[in-house]
Design a protein around this ligand. Sequence first.
Ligand code: NAD
Ligand code: WQD
Length: 339
Amino acid sequence: MKILVTGGTGYIGSHTVVELQNKGFEVIIVDNLSNSSIEVLDSIAKISGRKPLFEKFDLTDAVRTSEFFRLHNDIGAIIHFAAFKAVGESVEFPLMYYRNNLTSLINILQGMIDNGIGNIVFSSSCTVYGQPEVLPASENSPILKAESPYGNTKQICEEIINDTCVNASIRSILLRYFNPIGAHDSGLIGELPTGIPGNLVPYLTQTAIGKRDFLRVWGNDYVTPDGTAIRDYIHVVDLAKAHVIAVERMVNRAGKKKVEVFNLGTGNGFSVLEVIQSFERSTGVKLNYKIMERRAGDIVKVWADTTWANQELGWKAEKTLDEMTRSAWMWELALAQKK
Ligand code: NAD
Ligand code: WQD
């Protein structure tokens, strides 16, 4: 079966393409390479032995997207990763985020309706929960007002999918990721942050390798055991595997509802200091860091209730935090060798 992976040369997309290929799916990627590189296709081929089909275009282009679907109406399911994802940038350029993230989804859903394509997995985010009052956050936790235009695009996209699936012959699985980190064991694919990383782990590994002077730990006066903020970090390969299961669930008509929602996390929260300790333990590399003021917009703590995903998808994240921080370091070293 042919699976369309939008954003398939990106960080989570590339790992998912490999897992799909490992399970025998044929993959076609659409990506405009706005935040990824064409070389990723060769890296995927080195890992899986097969180069995915690839078309470069912008999914906000309605005419081009419609033409694509007309020519590829044999697609069995879509995994829609393509989006802009930098929270800070979305505050600065909200329209860029609304245009890209909403228009792409609308064009894809239209293409599905016009060509009888029935299954879509959507990349959502734990950001839709904001700071939950009750932890862990379950799929039924309240959706709070978004903290950023980026977060709002995820909420609106979920609503667009829900509304569209009411009457169209489309099924969807919305996957709410917690904090994906780490890279493929091969050292061939991983996250390629452009500019100064905003996320913890790429900033941390860039500090360890000497690209940054020190890691700024944003606040140690939170009401948490060590005062630093807590998140549910999940290895990107564990995350990728859940997408394959979601696709299989839809194509086998095993879902219980037209639109299903699953949290993808480990169910464990770790503080920023615990991540640093894990990194030092798993790599033997000492990290230079300084405690700073809190970062605006940060929540204190969040981790996932993964019961529903464990039970219904038969999926469970397997990698430990030490495996995650070590694999992120291996990827940073691999990147340094490429230059
Ligand atoms: P990424 O930037 O590495 O990958 C996204 C890919 O989509 C890139 O290759 C980019 O070139 C492509 N793209 C963007 N807009 C496009 C367009 N209009 N047309 C065609 N291609 C386009 O990001 P990622 O970390 O792999 O994230 C994938 C998805 O998961 C995104 O939807 C993101 O919002 C979501 N998500 C990510 C995280 C995270 O922390 N990485 C957490 C929760 C949810
Ligand atoms: C993690 C922790 C920081 C950088 C963001 C998005 C969210 C989702 C995942 C897409 C926090 C601390 C960070 C640094 C630090 N993405 N930190 N120094 O903020 O949980 O979530 O990415 O959907 O929507 O908001 O991730 O990696 O930025 O931060 O101390 O240099 O690390 O304060 O506690 P976050 P993050």
